[in-house]
Design a protein around this ligand. Sequence first.
Ligand SMILES: *Cc1c(COP(=O)(O)O)cnc(C)c1O
Length: 402
Amino acid sequence: MTSLTTALIHHPYKPPEGFVAPQPGVFKASTVIFPDVAAMRNFEWKDKSAYTYGLHGTPTTYMLEERLCTLEGGLQCLLLPSGLAAVAIVALSLLRTGDEVLLPDNAYGPNKALVEGELKSWGITHQYYDPMSPQDLVSRIGQNTRLVWLEAPGSVTLEFPDLREMVRVCKARGVLTALDNTWGAGLAFAPFDLMPGSAPALGVDISVHALTKYPSGGGDVLMGSVITRDASLHMRLKLTHMRLGFGVGANDVEAVLRSLPSMSLRYRAHDETTRALAQWCLAQPEFAQVLHPALPDSPGHVHWRALCHFGLGGAAGLFSVVFDPAFGSARVDKFCDALQLFKIGYSWGGPASLVVPYELAAMRSVWPACIKQGTLVRFSVGLEEAADLKADIAHALAQSLR
Ligand SMILES: *Cc1c(COP(=O)(O)O)cnc(C)c1O
């Protein structure tokens, strides 16, 4: 007879099998128990044929990985504890001393911080290319260029690049491409099939997605994914992932699995409200420019239209305004402070609308020709009613004019 303490740990009861519900079960474990020592020696986690340790995958993480592959049209997926960690592992896995990486000048800020910080100190060089010029990109590809980052559109300035042409020139030069696909989210366009119907498919090599945004949708999870369509490239990334010990918590995976079914509906709702607000902002004299790829005058609109007209044809929930230079940054701060529904904070993809003022001069190596001078404010539109958000902006404009 074992003691009560032991009996509670090694309890023999097993619930009946065959429980079926729309929601998947959630498995949480560091240790995975093997039936015998031979199994411990032979189980292979790399191809998902077995389980060996919580860090190497559970039914819960495998399930999310497969669903994300379906979302983005990929074949292999890695999960990481944040979108930024997903960005970072691509560099850590694929770049070595002497290599060079190219980033668009409008790249996600922390990716720039990574190349200027750790990568530089490890002897990995970088260059920033003009996101609106495939010619500028190709002119910077050199002997040591191993990786080109792409972003469509820039997450603050929202210029939409000629993504197809950029992927074409990188492929022609044999350089790997990694797309930060957080904005498109697998819904606005297919990152691995940028020219549907073309054979072979034109697509990026790696799609990185901050699941923190639309897949989570709740503003309560940090997670990232790295998706590929090439088994050997995936294995390079996966071995780095394993050696560095990146893992994600089952509760967080559960939250994303719960939100994923409603993602396309939420994305469409964010998109619709955002377009209405951006359109309304065009008519406000305080704004010198409204940046949203679906607006005909927004930089790269033709590229957005060419790429995003199929599928949901989406444009996500972001838009930015450039204030007339007559509004100094102090007044723009006052405008942001006066907003009530738009909260001041980073990130996007949750139900609550957010706002951040940006000084572009500090973020770019050169002021982009397609962006007017002035302080920029980026709105991340949540799931509130468009009329309420419009009234909030109108009220804040009136307040900051005083
Ligand atoms: C938010 C974001 C990331 C990073 O995601 P975190 O989970 O916040 O680290 C990366 N790229 C883009 C474009 C983002 O918007």
